[in-house]
Design a binder for this molecule. Sequence first.
Ligand SMILES: NC(=O)c1ccc[n+]([C@@H]2O[C@H](COP(=O)([O-])OP(=O)(O)OC[C@H]3O[C@@H](n4cnc5c(N)ncnc54)[C@H](OP(=O)(O)O)[C@@H]3O)[C@@H](O)[C@H]2O)c1
Length: 253
Amino acid sequence: MLELKDKVCIITGSSRGLGKILAMGFAREGAKVVVAARTEVEKELLPGTIYKTAEAIKAEGGYALPIKCDVTSEESVGEMVKRVLDELGRIDILVNNAGTAFPKLITETPLKRWELVLKVNLTGAFLCSLGVLPGMIARKSGSIINITSIDAIARSSGFAGAAYGVSKAALERFTWSLAAEVGKYNIAVNALKPREGIETEGLMAVSRGVGRERWESPEKFVRAAIFLAKQAASGVTGTVASDEEYCLWHGLE
Ligand SMILES: NC(=O)c1ccc[n+]([C@@H]2O[C@H](COP(=O)([O-])OP(=O)(O)OC[C@H]3O[C@@H](n4cnc5c(N)ncnc54)[C@H](OP(=O)(O)O)[C@@H]3O)[C@@H](O)[C@H]2O)c1
């Protein structure tokens, strides 16, 4: 198992929410964290920027490199990867966490919104994986974590909307294909989902607080993500599971 100390780790969607929580958790383990998202200037109703996450990590003595990146743009992802390689020399871990939702039924979803959800949640993970894989393959080492959701297997639209669940189901399927493809290069690819909701700006926006009594604190989620980040293909790979399951199966206290 790898240790995270000095490992270069890109976390997409880390200007706020779970991405920020993961970025801080990884940095506490000694990882060099690349904070990748679009927001550079805080919006009135949406807290968080890539610089604020980086400042919070640095305030605790960790290392952070904030880079503006839109995961739906091949060009933007390419520029982000190039900058990481120029400044840090390699990429060890990728967390495909950037996500969005459109909390409506299929019949109420305009094409533009359908495409945006699929582009961020699925194509974004594809583009970021393509960006980091050449280096990982050359070094025969790496770990990719795709953040998915229990909505991937829900049999209704759920409060995050149908496009969201469809994109997460596809992301889980993508995880299996990629794990099978890159196992021979010793690269682990796994998917991780919270068993219950974890309070973030995104979840509050789509749920309006519904079901809040069941929401969980993020400790198990971070513990499971750190465990997966340390994997190689000889360890845990091709697994799609919740934070609760990873913690139980692997005795993560
Ligand atoms: N919270 C939960 O309970 C829960 C449950 C299941 C799954 N998840 C998954 O966990 C992940 C994070 O969710 P969250 O609750 O933390 O959501 P959030 O608070 O809305 O945060 C979403 C993050 O994604 C980024 N993002 C959105 N579009 C992007 C783009 N085109 N390029 C780059 N970054 C982009 C946002 O940054 P910018 O706006 O700065 O780009 C933001 O940092 C998502 O994949 C979500 O589906 C969360």
